[in-house]
Every structure is written in structure tokens, then in C-alpha cells.
Design a protein around this ligand. Structure first.
Ligand code: MD3
Ligand code: FE
Length: 222
């Protein structure tokens, strides 16, 4: 029978332009738009977290104020101050435990990790970074967690940014990876300790988040 829809014969004009999954390494990849179906629920949960544990600009051990504002949810939260970096169960700003990880955060991070081969990922910490234009995160490794066997899942929301993505030594060559609202990055295994950072965020406006970028990183910290 003749195929009147011709769906099977429409050529893909852009076969490599924006694949849904872009591998950055053997165990690191970008899942384009993966968080989009979750965004409504994620933003509602985020409003509650922010109300209970406000964003704050933490101090570095060297006494500088970070340009990125941070808060946390989960059993453990990442903190930096004059004494150093660590995960702790209490928010020193409020004197209260960090808000619990909302169910939608667990569902999203677990689904993303499974997509990259890390089935059963169960984070106990979510660091929430808020970037205004001009904010950046210098090249670093995430090594304050106890268990490097678990991956980290990053969810980007709001205005665009460019990730810097290097190797296991600070001096290794870096790649630049643009990330948009809804993009998810998962890294683990041999890529778990790769240096990374966020270039200075440019001025832009997002329909929902205004002049902000928010990044959630899900971690197994304890
Ligand atoms: C590592 N946050 O909070 S992870 C952090 O946008 C942090 O706020 C970033 O780094 C942020 O510690 C999101 C960026 C990232 C992307 C790809 C990687 C880290 C990576 C690939 C391999 C290793
Ligand atoms: Fe990091």
C-alpha cells in the first residue's frame, strides 16, 4: 500500500546538530532537555526550599565572597567558610537541618543517572547554585564527597551558561559546553574527578527565572 504520510522517508536534515545525548567522556554526558518535563514541579519545590534555606554567598577559606549564591537540600549540605569546605547536616544561617530532598528531585536525578548507566542512584545532598550575570565558578574538582563510586547529576535552569570541562589535572585542556534551561549533565566513573567550572554568565533574561541561572547538583556525599 502507498504510504500517504511518507513519515518513513522524511530526511533528517540535521543528523548531528543537536543529539539528545552528548558524551563528554566514557561516563560523562549531557542529556539535552531531559529536565523539561519536570520543571514545573521542580520550581514549585525550589520556592519552598528557598523560603526555608535562603540563598547566601558563602566565604572561601581565603576570605573571598563567592559570586555564586548557594543553598542546599537533603540530609547533607555543602558549606564553605573561613574554616574550609565540608558537608554538614545543619544550615549555619538558620540553625536548622537543610530542607528534605523533594520527591521530584529524587525522581529526576534517579532517571537521569539511570540513562547513563548509574541505576539506583540515591543522592543524600543537593547543592543549589544561583548565578546572576557576572557570576562564575572557577575550575575545580568535586572531591568533598565520601563515595566517588556514585555519579553527580547536574540540572541547569534559567539563563544559559558555558561549562568548562577539563581532565584529571588542572592544567589539562578544557572543552566548552553550552548548557540551556532543562539540560542535565551526569558524570561518574572515570570522569568523576575531572576538573570543571562555569564561565562568567552573560546578561540574559529567562521567561520564568528572569536574570538568573540555577543549577542543582545531586550527590552522594555521606
Ligand atoms: C564534572 N556546579 O556545584 S556541574 C558545583 O553549573 C558545580 O553550578 C556546576 O560544578 C554549576 O560543584 C554544575 C558542571 C559539570 C559539567 C560537566 C562535568 C561538571 C562536570 C563533566 C565531568 C566532570
Ligand atoms: Fe563542581
Amino acid at each position: 500500500m502507498k504510504d500517504h504520510t511518507r513519515l518513513g522517508s522524511i530526511p533528517d536534515l540535521f543528523p548531528e546538530s543537536s543529539p539528545a545525548t552528548e558524551w563528554l567522556g566514557p561516563s560523562a554526558c549531557v542529556l539535552r532537555g531531559f529536565a523539561l518535563p519536570y520543571v514545573g514541579e521542580v520550581l514549585a519545590a525550589l520556592a519552598e526550599i528557598e523560603a526555608a534555606a535562603p540563598f547566601r554567598q558563602m566565604q572561601t577559606p581565603g576570605g573571598y565572597s563567592m559570586s555564586v549564591a548557594m543553598t542546599n537540600c537533603g540530609e547533607l549540605g555543602w558549606t564553605s567558610d573561613r574554616d574550609g569546605y565540608r558537608y554538614a547536616p545543619m544550615d549555619v544561617l538558620t540553625g536548622l537541618p537543610w530542607p528534605a530532598l523533594p520527591e521530584v528531585f529524587l525522581r529526576l536525578s534517579q532517571a537521569a543517572a539511570a540513562e547513563v548507566g548509574f541505576a539506583g542512584f540515591l543522592p543524600d545532598a543537593c547543592l543549589i547554585n544561583r548565578y546572576a550575570p557576572g557570576s562564575k565558578l572557577s575550575l575545580h574538582q568535586d572531591k568533598d564527597e565520601q563515595d566517588f563510586g556514585a555519579p553527580i547529576v547536574s540540572v541547569s535552569l534559567g539563563i544559559p551558561a558555558v561549562f568548562q570541562f577539563g581532565g584529571l589535572k588542572r592544567s589539562d585542556k578544557t572543552q566548552r559546553v553550552p548548557v540551556l534551561h532543562g539540560d542535565v549533565v551526569v558524570w561518574g566513573g572515570v570522569d568523576r574527578l575531572r576538573y570543571h567550572g562555569v564561565l562568567t554568565v552573560k546578561a540574559a533574561t529567562h521567561a520564568v527565572l528572569g536574570a538568573h541561572r540555577i543549577n542543582l547538583t545531586f550527590r552522594k556525599a555521606g
